[in-house]
Design a protein around this ligand. Structure first.
Ligand code: NCD
Ligand code: ZN
Length: 337
């Protein structure tokens, strides 16, 4: 049995329409706080779009504290950002490099042109969340994260010394070192980047359900993520990057990027810390480190989970005429009691 605080997911995609109802309901079961990503089909780049999305999500939300992000790009207006900030409409700003991932065709092609927005964030103590991949036409996708550290993130951290940064869904040992050697920057780690590697993704048979951005890396990188997560290091915390796509879009000739992990992510994390005898650091990874980084209070009531062996996991959740594919890694489950 394990007793933990209700966890926070500091990186989740709720999508929109009926899918967002389905996904938010699942999130409400597991998380006390969720940081919601803005990469809708029409990304949340201004107050009209954000207000509309907020209204819809807050209407169907039952129990989680929902933190919204705004999608930064060159079409944003400082005046509008000021208005949204003054009215507490968003919590953090997200930077997607152009064409790095799902719904990023409105992303940023030249970070240096975003200086006035980054200055605004820095001056107002607004966190910047970053999809850290340097994307260039023929670049090797396995090198994109490392290149981003060298070519873009180093520039940002040098230039905006007091900007609070979250490097999202890190996948490499290089990112772990970067975070550990810079101030004002923390990182989120997903369930699947912690528990999978190149071999499990494509070493035997290719698993489209594990295809995501940044792409899952080799075991040397995976071990670096595992070590730092298990250690309770305050600069690293959970952000699932749970990103639902329909099964017909995943098991397709052209598979879209994103792993849907919400249903079993807490169970997977609990099992991972349990088998590594690091259960005493679970609250740090799942709740406290992220709240500390973001300066948030959290609900300290505890919830009990029990471990069941050889559980029959539900690989697919029916959604309309299709399915969502639930990510799960272990045979045992941790169930809330
Ligand atoms: C995410 C999605 O589907 O929205 N996909 C992914 O592979 N992680 C976008 C993102 O966070 O990169
Ligand atoms: Zn994401």
């Amino acid at each position: 049995m394990l007793k933990i605080f209700k966890p926070c997911d500091f990186h989740v995609h709720l999508r929109e329409g009926s899918l967002s109802h389905f996904v938010l309901k699942e999130n409400n079961k597991h998380f006390q706080k969720i940081l919601v990503m803005p990469n809708l089909k029409k990304p949340l780049t201004n107050s009209n779009l954000l207000l509309n999305y907020r209204k819809k999500i807050l209407k169907i939300n039952k129990s989680s504290e929902v933190l919204f992000t705004i999608y930064l790009n060159k079409d944003c207006s400082l005046k509008d950002l000021e208005y949204m900030h003054k009215n507490k409409l968003f919590f953090s700003a997200k930077l997607y490099p152009l064409n790095a991932t799902t719904n990023s065709t409105s992303g940023v092609s030249d970070i240096k042109k975003m200086s006035k927005f980054l200055t605004f964030l820095e001056e107002n103590n607004i966190p910047l969340c970053i999809h850290g991949e340097h994307v260039h036409n023929n670049d090797d996708p396995y090198e994109r994260e490392k290149k981003f550290l060298d070519k873009e993130l180093s520039w940002i951290t040098k230039r905006f010394k007091s900007l609070k940064i979250t490097l999202e869904h890190i996948t490499t040992k290089d990112s772990v070192s970067f975070i550990n050697s810079h101030k004002n920057i923390s990182a989120t780690i997903t369930t699947h980047h912690l528990l999978e590697n190149t071999y499990s993704f494509l070493g035997n048979e290719l698993k489209p359900e594990l295809f995501c951005k940044p792409i899952i890396k080799g075991s040397v990188h995976q071990e670096a993520l595992q070590k730092v997560a298990l250690s309770g290091n305050p600069r690293f915390f959970f952000g699932s990057d749970s990103a639902p796509h329909l099964k017909t879009r995943k098991f397709a000739p052209s598979c879209c990027a994103g792993v849907y992990s919400t249903k079993y992510s807490i169970s997977n994390i609990l099992e991972f810390f349990w088998i590594n005898k690091k259960s005493s650091n679970i609250n740090k990874f799942l709740t406290q480190n992220g709240c500390k980084h973001y300066g948030l209070n959290y609900d300290k009531s505890t919830h009990s989970y029990k471990r069941l062996k050889n559980f029959k996991f539900q690989k697919y959740s029916k959604f309309k005429n299709d399915y969502l594919i639930n990510y799960n890694c272990f045979d045992n489950i941790w169930l809330k009691i």
